[in-house]
Design a protein around this ligand. Structure first.
Ligand SMILES: [Zn+2]
Ligand SMILES: [Zn+2]
Length: 100
C-alpha cells in the first residue's frame, strides 16, 4: 500500500513534527514543513517544487489498516541544505522546465 512518508521534522528549520501534529504541511512530493515556515517565509508554497503546501493528514495509531502501529512514521530527518530561501514565486513554476 502506498503511504505517505511522515517525516519527523521541518525541512527548513528542523523543528520536530510528530505524526499527530496538526502543524505539519506537505507538498505532493512529501516535502515537509512546520506551520511557522509554511505560512511564514514559504507563503504556502514548497521551495523545492513550488507546489502548494497543505496540512498533512494525520495517520491514526490503529484502526482497520493498522495505522501507525503497522506503518510507523519515518525517522529519517530531511533538512534542506542552506535553509529556505525567501518566498519563491509560484507563478513561475509552470514556466520553468527542470534541466536535470
Ligand atoms: Zn519550519
Ligand atoms: Zn515540494
Amino acid at each position: 500500500m502506498a503511504r505517505l512518508d511522515l517525516r519527523p521534522n521541518c525541512e527548513c528549520c528542523d523543528g520536530d513534527l510528530p505524526p499527530d501534529t496538526p502543524d505539519a504541511f506537505i507538498c505532493t512530493f512529501e516535502c515537509t514543513f512546520c506551520r511557522g515556515c509554511a505560512e511564514g517565509i514559504l507563503a504556502g508554497h514548497c521551495p523545492n517544487c513550488l507546489g502548494n503546501l497543505v496540512q498533512r493528514p494525520i495517520r491514526p495509531k490503529g484502526g482497520p489498516t493498522g495505522g501507525l502501529g503497522r506503518f510507523p512514521a519515518s525517522e529519517k530527518r530531511v533538512l534542506r541544505s542552506g535553509g529556505c530561501p525567501a518566498t519563491p514565486d509560484p507563478t513561475k513554476a509552470n514556466e520553468v522546465t527542470a534541466s536535470t
